[in-house]
Design a protein around this ligand. Structure first.
Ligand SMILES: NC(=O)c1ccc[n+]([C@@H]2O[C@H](COP(=O)([O-])OP(=O)(O)OC[C@H]3O[C@@H](n4cnc5c(N)ncnc54)[C@H](OP(=O)(O)O)[C@@H]3O)[C@@H](O)[C@H]2O)c1
Length: 286
């Protein structure tokens, strides 16, 4: 039986559906049992648990053979990963853990809190003695859905500099996860999941403009100005500062490399940003 954490989210909900399509026995860990994503069949076992509540994790992980470990971006995200790993050890069944981290986790860049949290989780996993695999996706195409209003107004504003980033589609991340969860031979591997090419924000703006049917211009802003804008818009400071750290890593060229791990795991080439933009054209059209 495969336990999927983060099961209601962008990637986790697709992992659950993908596993069920393969006929796997799936238990989905959710905080609110009433929030069952559309598209899950009745065969999905739903269990309520919280990363902050070890007793609930013991119940949720009981009998697991494999665990997909995905935590949300949160100030305590490293501790959340540690709590799930410790609960997995306590089952006494030595389940295999597939940790959903982020590209850069192997490089261990200083001062990028989202990545540092996954580095901590990975180290705890290695120390825990269970069989493990890490999936390290680059930034998701789907992040740009949150910028649709600006795109409709002809702008793409970010503190992303001019360096390319090999964005990956969350659908490919989920398919890669399903492959790793359902096949053997992945112990100790760190798979860095990227799209087929590195793209600058100028190129992203052009591709969004093509599907939006208008000119979209990238406006590079300084990190300080971007942070001030997010705080003024009511962003949580920890998350806003973390995003600036990540974009500074991007702007420094830390996320441009392309790997072949999506194709190796899924058997097909990764979706391009143009594929993503075309699939979501209605979102970006005014
Ligand atoms: N976005 C990117 O570009 C990107 C790129 C690479 C890696 N990542 C990594 O991907 C992860 C986020 O993936 P995602 O975008 O699929 O996540 P998401 O859509 O934000 O979903 C987060 C999931 O975690 C659950 N959750 C939150 N707090 C919880 C708690 N205390 N106990 C139990 N469950 C809890 C949520 O459940 P509820 O429904 O109850 O809220 C939801 O199912 C992060 O670890 C991030 O570092 C993101």
């Amino acid at each position: 039986m495969i336990v999927v954490t983060g099961a209601t989210g962008t990637v986790g909900s697709k992992v659950v559906s993908g596993l069920r399509e393969r006929g796997e026995s799936v238990r989905a860990l959710v905080r609110d049992p009433g929030s069952r994503p559309a598209g899950w069949d009745e065969g999905v076992e739903v269990v309520a648990a919280d990363y902050t509540d070890p007793t609930s994790l013991d119940t949720a992980l009981a009998g697991a053979d494999v665990i997909y470990l995905l935590v949300a971006v949160h100030p305590e995200m490293a501790q959340h990963e540690i709590n799930v790993i410790d609960a997995a050890v306590r089952t006494g069944l030595r389940p295999r853990i597939v940790l959903h981290a982020a590209a850069g986790v192997e490089v261990k860049p200083e001062g990028v809190r989202f990545l540092s949290a996954h580095v901590t989780g990975h180290a705890h996993l290695q120390a825990g003695g269970l069989p493990w695999t890490v999936l390290a996706p680059n930034g998701f195409h789907q992040n740009f859905l949150g910028m649709a209003a600006a795109v409709k107004a002809g702008r793409l504003t970010a503190a992303a500099g001019d360096a390319p980033v090999s964005w990956v589609d969350a659908r490919d991340v989920a398919e890669a996860a399903v492959a790793v969860l359902t096949t053997d031979g992945h112990e100790g591997a760190v798979y860095t999941l990227t799209g087929p090419a590195g793209l600058t924000h100028d190129e992203i703006a052009d591709q969004l403009g093509a599907v939006a049917g208008r000119t979209v211009a990238y406006q590079a802003v300084e990190p300080e100005a971007a942070l001030a804008g997010m705080l003024a818009a009511g962003w949580d400071p920890w998350r806003a500062e973390g995003l600036i750290e990540l974009y500074t890593f991007y702007a420094g060229g830390g996320a441009g490399a392309v790997t072949h791990d999506v194709e190796k795991l899924t058997g097909h080439a990764p979706r391009s940003f143009a594929d993503f933009a075309a699939d979501h054209a209605a979102v970006f059209r005014g």
